[in-house]
Design a protein around this ligand. Sequence first.
Ligand SMILES: Cc1cc2nc3c(=O)[nH]c(=O)nc-3n(C[C@H](O)[C@H](O)[C@H](O)COP(=O)(O)OP(=O)(O)OC[C@H]3O[C@@H](n4cnc5c(N)ncnc54)[C@H](O)[C@@H]3O)c2cc1C
Length: 473
Amino acid sequence: MAGSTLRASAPWKVLDGFGASVRSVSRFVRPESPEALAAVLARAAAESLPVVLRGSGRSYGDASLNTGALAIDMRGMSRILAWDAERGVADLESGVTIGDLWRHSLPQGWWPTVVPGTMHPTMGGCVAMNIHGKNCYRAGPFGDHVLELDLLTADGRTRTLSPQHEPELFRAVIAGLGLLGVVTRVRVQLKRMHSGRLRVRPIQTPTLEAMFDALAARTSTADYLVGWVDCFASGAALGRGLVHEAHHLAEGEDPLGAATLAASHQELPGSIFGVPRSLVWRFLQPITNDFGIRWLNHAKYVVPEPTDRDGTFLQSHTAFAFLLDYVPDWRRVYGPGGFLQYQIFLPDATARAGFREALQLCQRRGVVSYLGVFKRHRADTFLLSHGLDGWSMALDFPVPEHDAERLWALTRDLTQLVLEAGGTFYPAKDQVVDAASFARAFGDRVTRFKAIKQQLDPAGVFASDQARRLGLV
Ligand SMILES: Cc1cc2nc3c(=O)[nH]c(=O)nc-3n(C[C@H](O)[C@H](O)[C@H](O)COP(=O)(O)OP(=O)(O)OC[C@H]3O[C@@H](n4cnc5c(N)ncnc54)[C@H](O)[C@@H]3O)c2cc1C
């Protein structure tokens, strides 16, 4: 590539979002050092070639796509730069994944304070989306545990930001969708653990109201709470499902002791019912249709999980946190059209009526989500964060290869529902929201964000397909 321009020499690559229902072709580079990254960025700026930053590509939609321009894959820089096992503080290059981090820290008794439902996202992706975990109502989002970060801006400067130093910019970069610069280093605070296991209690919730009530009753005591919703259940059973509450174990509480902290205790099993994990999606594909999922949901709801006499069981952190990682490539069960996720975020005051309306709307339209995941959230101070004092329900829909109009019409109506109920949108899960709706949900926060972007990146080096769609660049 030396000597020639990126436009002429960087190879083309087809990239997709995790849902595999949006794809784009862009030029692609993976720098392996901060110097190589700085050189690529300088050349892209000189060539007016817009850049998207890409972590592990685990955002469901078009957040890390950049049609016809350049994608910089950040996974070439994935070193753990420093680790303080006394205080549980890690300095990480931004390509380090959540999986890399817990494998390093847990044997010494520390677990990342906030993790998403998969261990593959990078630190850069977690910062740029300000991801949340099953403990959001208590621990807040990822950004609340970032002590400091380095940002390489379009002018080639690296700025160190923290809640104390340039706090306004710090709060704009977190949840800033990678549009203000490259996050090259993140310092995070982890949480002390005495066991590699959690005590988990499954709770059957026969209605949507019961699900809200089960979570609301436990937010001050449980360390993690998550609900699964059977989106096919209707009538009096609308919104029925299962809640899982989990608690950390105190020192001495785990009969197996600290041995469970070992990475070997945490690795997910290589096979499920004798089928190698990598092949499991092929067995799930034939039943991934309305009939099969309705039946599976019924079985999941009525068949009790094995528990001890007190109604709980012990489960490793990884098995509880990263359930979806059990089946590698599970997104392929949806076939060539892929799928999309629509995560509805509504404030506490409107969530009960709003989620009921959303589930009924899907059923009326005959476009029912194959997976519904329910969480409690709390508000945060990051400029473009999706966080709010309220609730979310994530809905996964297969995208038909032909004639997806019913699905697109449904997503437009869900967007309208969110706006009318005073909710927000989460870019990590989005591929459909339009600029006017995003601006309406985020109000003057969009104007403030664009003013910061104009100052830091006046030539518009950092962009993405999503940012163009949402009207942020
Ligand atoms: C199975 C599954 C479960 C999930 N569960 C959850 C969940 O429970 N909670 C939740 O909040 N999210 C969840 N997610 C979403 C995921 O956590 C986010 O989309 C996350 O941002 C993905 O990180 P990534 O490294 O793959 O980044 P990508 O998806 O590649 O990129 C995401 C954004 O980060 C930007 N970016 C990447 N690297 C950098 C960098 N170095 N500097 C600046 N910007 C950068 C990109 O430009 C893009 O805007 C889930 C995703 C999957 C697939």
